[in-house]
Design a protein around this ligand. Structure first.
Ligand SMILES: [Zn+2]
Length: 122
C-alpha cells in the first residue's frame, strides 16, 4: 500500500497530508478540512476536498486518499467505511464493496446503533 502518490501533484499531496490527523484511540484519520454536515435525513457527514487543483474540487476526501495511497476504486464498486465513521478518511478503514452490500451493511449498522441506544436508555 503506497500506490499512486507520485502520480499526483505535490501541492495536492501536501494539501491532503496537512489535513489528516490520526486518532490514536481508533486509528481513524480525522479530516481537518470541510466535512459536510448531516442533513435532517442523516445524509452527508463525509469529508470533502475543496482545492482547485487537478479536477479534485468537491471530491470525497476518503475516496481520493484511497485512490492516492491504495489504488483506484474498481468499476461498479463503492467504498464502505468498515469503522462506520463517515468523516474518517483512512484508506485502511475503507473496503470496496458493491452498492447492495454497502446498503446492507449500512442498514445493519443503523439497527445496531438504535439497539445500543435503546439498551443504554433502558
Ligand atoms: Zn476509521
Amino acid at each position: 500500500m503506497l500506490g499512486n502518490l507520485a502520480a499526483y501533484p505535490p501541492a495536492l499531496v501536501l494539501y491532503m497530508r496537512q489535513r489528516v490527523v490520526v486518532d490514536q484511540a481508533t486509528g481513524c484519520w480525522r479530516w481537518l478540512g470541510n466535512v459536510k454536515p448531516l442533513d435532517k435525513r442523516g445524509r452527508g457527514g463525509y469529508a470533502g476536498v475543496y482545492i482547485r487543483l487537478s479536477g479534485v474540487y468537491g471530491r470525497l476526501a476518503a475516496r481520493l486518499l484511497y485512490e492516492m495511497i491504495h489504488a483506484p476504486v474498481s468499476d461498479g464498486l463503492e467504498l464502505d467505511h468498515t469503522c462506520q465513521d463517515r468523516p474518517c478518511v483512512s484508506p485502511l478503514h475503507l473496503e470496496e464493496v458493491t452498492h447492495s452490500e454497502n446498503i446492507r451493511r449500512g442498514l445493519f449498522a443503523k439497527y445496531e446503533r438504535r439497539h445500543q441506544e435503546a439498551m443504554a436508555g433502558a
